[in-house]
Design a protein around this ligand. Sequence first.
Ligand code: PLP
Length: 463
Amino acid sequence: MDHDDLRHWSKIAADWAHNYHATLRNRPVRAPLAPGAIAAQLPEAPPEHPESPEAIFADFARIIPPGLTHWQHPRFFAYFPANASPASMLAEQLANAIAAQGMLWQTSPAVTEVEQVMIRWLAQALGLPATFTGTIHDSATTATLSAILTMREQALGWAGLQNGLSALPRLRLYASAETHSSVDKGARIAGIGQENLVKIPTDSHLSLQPGALAAAIAADRAAGFLPAGVILCAGGTSVGAFDRIADSIAVAKAAGLPVHVDAAWAGSAMICPEFRPLWAGVEGADSIVFNPHKWMGAQFDCAVQFLADPGPQIRTLGLRPTYLETAGREEITNFNEWTVPLGRRFRALKLWFTLRAYGLSGLRARVRNHVAWARQARDALARLPGITITTEPALSLFTFALASDTETEALLTRINDDGRIYLTQTRHAGRFVIRVQVGQFDCTEADVRTIPQVVGELMGRAK
Ligand code: PLP
């Protein structure tokens, strides 16, 4: 396959993609397959000789689509969205064609400089002070790991990087019980240990209790631990919990600890000023992560980390072997020094395209619609006999359940086997509950109305 073939097949792929998106509503949202069904259709050994693009494309069109859970399906209401605007797909096509590796400014100045400008645009879009700078990671997990590694090294006076952690005091991190498992993972990978991630009790609003945070830090210090930092939750994955950001940051600052805010999902909603009270005080954070790839249309992967001062993170993650030396160190940014991986994709391009193609007004309108339609779906479900709304909408996320876990689980299985919508589950207050989030880029009010329709129909059928 050469570049002429690429041009030919790219056009066919574009038509395929258009048809794929145009027909998504006719497909079951979740792949209705048994494990191994796709692998069984692939040869066990790699081809020894070149195959024709016709054969490769025909196998793709035959084997792959039936094995997909359609994340861009307008009735995908599971997990959090990984939404992809057409503009972001176009940008990704171009980024793929360019195939640049932007580890240094010099290895593609446009990759670094568009990223810097996008960070500035997004800080404005979210109402953050212009003093925040930042970078783009693949995922929130990596951004949070970077923040945790930086907390660790700040607490240890950068001794861990050289000597390892064995002879050093036992570190502690603090987060709420609603925190995402990426924080647990970060504590594990950073060598701090999951046991040393202290989960602070939450109040009746599912917010970390600042008083309990202060007490835990003081008790740990008295017991000889070394508190390293606080991770706050702005829009938890399970039911959308928000910590009291301002009060919690005040406690952390009084204790001399840095703060990272995980707004992976809800951060996108902060383009709407009316939702910003949910994270009031966030400007006091040292680090904030949000994923435009969740709810802002900049397709996976794209996780933005804002930093009040990038210095400590660069000191933690930056390494400069001779082969990475370039001229002009003082005036340029080499983003590999801000992140865990050395190599980096041109992720900023899809932000640039998406922000321009829809404008903040267009992106805000989507978020506002999703929040309003989620509330309508909540009200319609609440009217169905037997259904309890177990958590009220946090932005566009709420949960519901039937009388017993067994019934709720059975209903969820029927819903997802049916295929018209896709919902997932969580545990809340000891109950198995069904999560509903509205956030898919192309979903309409009619798509969201399908949720109570399908649930009502399937409950009726079970009787
Ligand atoms: N934080 C929150 C609140 C999340 O909801 C998620 C994923 O859903 C993550 C972190 C991890 O995101 P990523 O897949 O970008 O690592």
